[in-house]
Design a protein around this ligand. Structure first.
Ligand code: SAM
Ligand code: F3S
Length: 448
């Protein structure tokens, strides 16, 4: 009987991607099958996130809950991977002795060896090194799970924003060679994938080796990918404003396969705070890039990340962020209260903003984004949108769901046979988290 793996993932899409790869690696090496029932499992893996304190603390409270699970059957193993593992190393196993394996985001491909070592010498197997691109060379063939897929094109981040732990946990930027990325995408397309999201902490810093002496940037990679027959939509995330270059703006103007969605984190609208964060740009430079990309792609959906309550942030700084939101017209955002991360420069600053102010600012900001999202969706009502049908909708029987180019979910009546196909849907209604539509194209007449 095959052994069973129970995998819990916290954090960003990079972690989701890494978790899928962990499952692939262990399926190939030890025949592990993934299960959603913890009681059946022989191996528990926690893929962790340390971007904010809450996420980090969750790991130890979670581990506390697995003591009985582990002692209920001899031989059960627990592994901790991801950014908390990378930061804490074997301190994890000291604080939570039930842990057998500790591995980082760059060593997940070594899980088979770590598993063999685990528990043998009575000490946990730990490997949190950064062996650069080796990880990608040793991963099994990519497996498509539906019509959309993520492809990691680079790892790490070299921007060192003063609040962020990522450069320390995932290491500096390393890009995969162009040919490797194209080969992985081609294999996914052969398996029916129609939309690919290029992933990385900072994808527009992509500089992949191309041939013997040249490098390829993100815009050129998008051009190459767009030539792949069968692939109809390309997305990328996350981007940093400084490297959001002219060539990428051009790609939005000229490459119809590039989706009308851009996630370009700005964090704050105050120049003083942006400088303290060491983001490398000011508000005017950011707005100028937005103006130009909107010119290139007028129907663009624009999304961002914000941090409120950065040390010394005043009401005036916060109002500058709110003004920027109005000017840039973000229709989607992920917003967070600043969380000091050990080892980052900002953690040494006095945290002068009261908890009350932080929560009030977050609420105001999120309320404003909700309104802008509602306005954006309302504008889609009465239009026809091309939707890639991804799966049956949870809204009810006989309903399918998929996303518009602008990354909005649309539910409509249809059958499973539409999965993986692009359809034209008339948008009839905007709801709080999705759109309601009516299928226009007859399945038989569907093209890509
Ligand atoms: N590469 C992205 C960029 O260009 O900004 C950011 C990746 S980071 C893992 C995701 C988001 O988490 C950031 O954009 C930021 O808003 C948030 N974040 C990072 N460190 C944080 C901290 N110490 N406190 C609160 N939020 C934080
Ligand atoms: Fe973090 Fe800034 Fe890089 S937010 S992931 S250091 S761009």
């Amino acid at each position: 009987m095959s052994r069973k793996l129970y995998l819990l993932t916290y954090g960003c899409q990079m972690n989701e991607y890494d978790s899928a790869k962990m499952a692939d690696v262990l399926a190939k090496s030890h025949g592990f099958e993934r299960t959603n029932v913890a009681e059946e499992a022989d191996l528990l893996l926690l893929n962790t996130c340390s971007v904010r304190e809450k996420a980090q603390e969750k790991v130890f409270s979670e581990l506390g809950r697995w003591k009985d699970w582990k002692s209920a059957r001899p031989g059960r193993l627990i592994g901790v991977g991801g950014c908390v593992a990378s930061q804490e190393g074997d301190a994890i196993a000291r604080r939570a002795p039930i842990v057998d394996i500790v591995f980082g985001p760059q060593t997940l491909h070594r899980l088979p060896e770590l598993l063999e070592r685990a528990g043998k010498a009575g000490v946990p197997a730990v490997d949190i090194s950064f062996p650069e691109i080796e990880k990608f060379d040793r991963l099994p063939e990519p497996r498509a799970e539906g019509p959309t897929a993520f492809v990691s094109i680079m790892e790490g981040c070299s921007k060192y924003c003063t609040f962020c732990v990522v450069p320390y946990t995932r290491g500096e930027e390393v890009s995969r060679p162009l040919d490797d990325v194209l080969a992985e995408c081609a294999r996914l397309v052969e398996q029916g994938v129609r939309e690919i999201t290029l992933l990385g902490q900072n994808v527009n810093a992509y500089r992949g080796r191309m041939g013997a002496h040249e490098t390829c940037d993100l815009a050129l990679l998008i051009n190459h990918l767009a030539r792949l027959d069968g692939l109809a939509r390309i997305r990328f995330m996350t981007s940093h404003p400084v490297e959001f270059t002219d060539s990428l703006i051009e790609a939005f103007a000229e490459e119809p396969k590039l989706a009308s969605y851009l996630h370009l984190p700005v964090q704050s609208g105050s120049d003083r705070i942006l400088a303290m964060m060491k983001r490398g740009h000011n508000r005017a430079q950011y707005l100028e890039k937005i103006r130009r990309v909107r010119e290139a792609r007028p129907d663009l959906s624009l999304s961002s990340d914000f941090i409120v309550g950065f040390p010394s942030e005043t009401d005036a700084d916060f109002m500058a962020t709110m003004d920027l939101i109005a000017e840039a017209r973000f229709d989607c955002a992920f917003s967070f209260i600043y969380s000091p991360r050990p080892g980052t420069p900002a953690a040494n600053l006095r945290d002068s903003v009261t908890a009350q102010d932080k929560h009030r600012r977050l609420e105001i900001l999120q309320g404003r984004i909700r309104l802008l999202d509602a306005e954006f969706k309302e504008k889609l009502v009465g239009t026809t949108q091309r939707v890639l049908v991804e799966r049956a909708s949870r809204k009810g029987e006989g309903q399918m769901t998929g996303r518009t180019s602008t990354n909005r979910w649309v539910n409509f009546d249809g059958s499973d046979s539409l999965i993986g196909r692009f359809v034209d849907v008339y948008v009839a209604e905007a709801l709080s988290n999705s759109l309601r539509g009516r299928l226009l194209t007859e399945p038989a007449a569907l093209a890509a």
